[in-house]
Design a protein around this ligand. Structure first.
Ligand code: PGA
Length: 221
């Protein structure tokens, strides 16, 4: 059995000062003697904060990994405004691809998502591919899929662990992947998801913005 993955998606909220406060609160995790052997914690801040999170985690011996919330579908080159996989590979290990907020607000189509996966893999990063229902396509060579039903994102109405587990079974019947659940995960409900046989971890949005709550989620997962 692999480690339980616990991902913080900090979305597009924190400015420099707020990010600094988040890190200082999150540092308390080092005092808790948490057994992280069975848990892989991944924090996904904004692009502008990836490097400062990396430096802070290194300097304070905080053993969590970093992910980007998005990536360019292109390799390095003349693509003004894009951040590509080569540029983050030295400090991030994961990339979120296919979040419903990107599919909806930025009209990201399937072929673009596949290009993002390819670029992520080209530079040795791990894509976490988000789908909104069990019919959504998953590009080849993805090893971690996250099921995030749109009705549950930011609504305080999570899917039922039973349904999420049933969806995970369908996803796993099509390819050999780990499956995460995302959508209104909190410290109160996280265990009901991670206790399910087919759910290998969670993605946490809103509740991860409070570092103390995110620590509780890690403890309870
Ligand atoms: P939420 O967001 O935890 O606020 O529902 C999850 C996500 O969008 O990844």
């Amino acid at each position: 059995m692999g480690k339980t993955l616990i991902v913080a998606n900090l979305k597009s909220y924190e400015d420099e000062n707020e990010a600094k406060n988040w890190l200082e609160s999150f540092k308390k995790i080092t005092e808790l003697n948490l057994n992280l052997e069975q848990k892989e914690v991944i924090v996904c801040p904004s692009f502008t904060q990836l490097f400062s999170f990396f430096s802070y985690f290194l300097a304070n011996n905080i053993k969590v990994k970093l992910g980007a919330q998005d990536i360019s579908p292109f390799d390095e080159g003349a693509y003004t405004g894009e951040v590509n996989a080569k540029q983050i590979k030295d400090f991030a290990q994961y990339v979120l691809i296919g979040h419903s907020e990107r599919r909806t607000n930025f009209n990201e189509p399937e072929d673009m998502l596949t290009k993002k996966v390819d670029m992520t893999l080209k530079y040795g990063l791990n894509p976490i591919f988000l789908i909104q229902n069990q019919e959504d396509l998953v590009p080849q060579n993805v090893q971690v899929v996250a099921y995030e039903p749109t009705f549950a994102i930011g609504t305080c109405t999570a899917d039922t662990p039973e349904n999420a587990d049933a969806v995970a079974v369908v996803i796993k019947s099509k390819s050999n992947v780990q499956v995460l659940y995302g959508g209104s995960v909190t410290s109160d409900n996280v265990k009901s998801f991670t206790a399910k046989t087919n759910i290998d971890g969670v993605i946490v949005g809103g509740a991860s913005l409070e570092a103390e709550e995110f620590i509780k989620i890690i403890q309870n997962a």
